[in-house]
Design a protein around this ligand. Structure first.
Ligand SMILES: NC(=O)c1ccc[n+]([C@@H]2O[C@H](COP(=O)([O-])OP(=O)(O)OC[C@H]3O[C@@H](n4cnc5c(N)ncnc54)[C@H](O)[C@@H]3O)[C@@H](O)[C@H]2O)c1
Ligand SMILES: [Zn+2]
Length: 363
């Protein structure tokens, strides 16, 4: 079992990663007057028995609520239902809530914990690879009809129990999605390892130990950055590498049309092309990332049905774009991210270049 410490001004907590990590739950709920679970419905079906067994063993009779699986739970309606559920369950400020599912369920449940009685304690029990990113760092949010993650709060969990046994049931598409964020964490933090990793890693061949190593590595990068900048005033912005264009592709495809991580993979290749243009970065890293993505089945041609002007509209609406200015995290080289303001002309040229390099008919 690996433990990574997250230390922020608000709270310090452990992220415990490995097979059987859920067994650590007892200690986290020991002094709670009531325990409530908010679970992704699909995950509850697959692994709910395991969580119930741990709670039974600890002598905890928890209230339980299933929410729709994936992104469809991140709505105002389901947020409202979580609040009523916590009240009906008799939760107080001394209670602990458990979020059991991927990033979507964790985002909803985290926001529910942040809001209920102005904030109760919660534990993240992530069940996807992507959630190695989302469960750490305290960002919580739901979607509004007009935009993704538009209402939310910073609310750190009291602990993260990342039981890697639960990852075995993940479909390939979710493995791809989560691994994109793991690759992101390496690209923004290590000059030494980025190329080697891209040249050698094959998702279909990856064993459990290698997977755990990468997840732990990603969590360390995230924990370090969040520890230095909890509220995204400075270095936390680097975690948005690949996300400006990626979010636009995700939105244009319709949420759920392509997974978050798949869209981010496209966004990272795009950001590297921009880096070549603007910072004079060499092409080696871009080519290696593109080859990695192609070898592992990432849908790089999804953008063929989305003209640049549409994507630009989404990029300008991105909440990280201040008043319509376009900012990107660029990588002059692996491990050395920087935030740059980029002109529409450069954005368009990079979009065209992306289409040419990935074999999409340019507009
Ligand atoms: N808060 C943050 O810092 C942050 C960071 C990155 C992403 N996010 C959010 O995370 C969400 C994406 O998270 P995600 O990729 O985990 O997707 P997800 O939560 O939507 O889960 C994807 C699918 O996998 C299923 N699933 C979950 N665990 C499973 C398991 N063990 N076995 C089989 N199926 C399983 C789910 O039911 C769902 O259908 C997005 O809403 C994104 O905005 C948040
Ligand atoms: Zn992301």
């Amino acid at each position: 079992m690996e433990t990574v410490k997250v230390e922020t001004k608000d709270r310090s907590y452990d992220v415990v990663v490995g097979p059987g990590a859920l067994n650590g739950l007892e200690g986290l709920v020991a002094d709670a007057d009531r325990v409530a679970v908010i679970a992704d419905k699909k995950v509850a079906g697959l692994h709910g028995g395991r969580l119930r067994a741990v709670l039974d063993e600890a002598g905890v009779d928890a209230a339980w609520m299933d929410v729709p699986s994936g992104e469809s739970c991140k709505t105002l309606e389901w947020f409202g239902r979580t609040q009523q559920f916590l009240l009906d369950a008799g939760c107080t400020r001394k209670s602990v809530m458990i979020a059991f599912g991927g990033g979507a369920c964790g985002d909803l449940a985290g926001y529910a914990a942040a809001a209920y009685m102005r904030g109760i304690r919660f534990v993240q029990c992530p069940t996807t690879i992507l959630a190695h990113d989302s469960s750490v760092g305290g960002k919580t949010a739901i979607n509004l009809p007009g935009g993704k993650n538009m209402t939310g709060a910073f609310h750190q969990p009291i602990g993260v129990l990342y039981d890697t046994d639960l990852l075995r049931t993940l479909p390939d598409v979710e493995v791809r999605s989560g691994m994109a964020e793991a690759v992101k964490h390496v690209l923004i933090s290590s000059k030494k390892d980025a190329l080697g990793l891209l040249h050698t890693m094959e998702l279909a061949e990856m064993g459990e130990e290698e997977l755990i190593r990468l997840i732990v590595r990603g969590i360390r990068v995230k924990a370090d950055i969040v520890g230095r900048d909890e509220r995204e005033g400075s270095v936390r912005k680097y975690l948005n590498f690949g996300h400006t264009y990626g979010h636009a592709v995700e939105a244009a495809a319709g949420y759920g049309g392509i997974t978050h991580g798949e869209a981010v993979m496209t966004g990272m290749i795009y950001a590297l092309i921009l880096s070549e243009r603007i910072t004079g970065a060499g092409r080696e890293l871009t080519d290696a990332l593109q080859a990695f993505a192609e070898k592992n089945g990432y849908p790089l041609k999804e953008i063929s049905s989305h003209p640049f002007d549409g994507l630009l509209g989404y990029m300008k609406k991105d909440k990280k774009a201040s008043f319509g200015d376009l900012h990107f995290v660029l990588l002059p080289e692996a491990g050395a991210p920087e935030v740059r303001r980029v002109s529409e002309g450069d954005c368009k040229a990079a979009d065209r270049e992306y289409r040419i390099r990935t074999g999409v008919e340019p507009e």
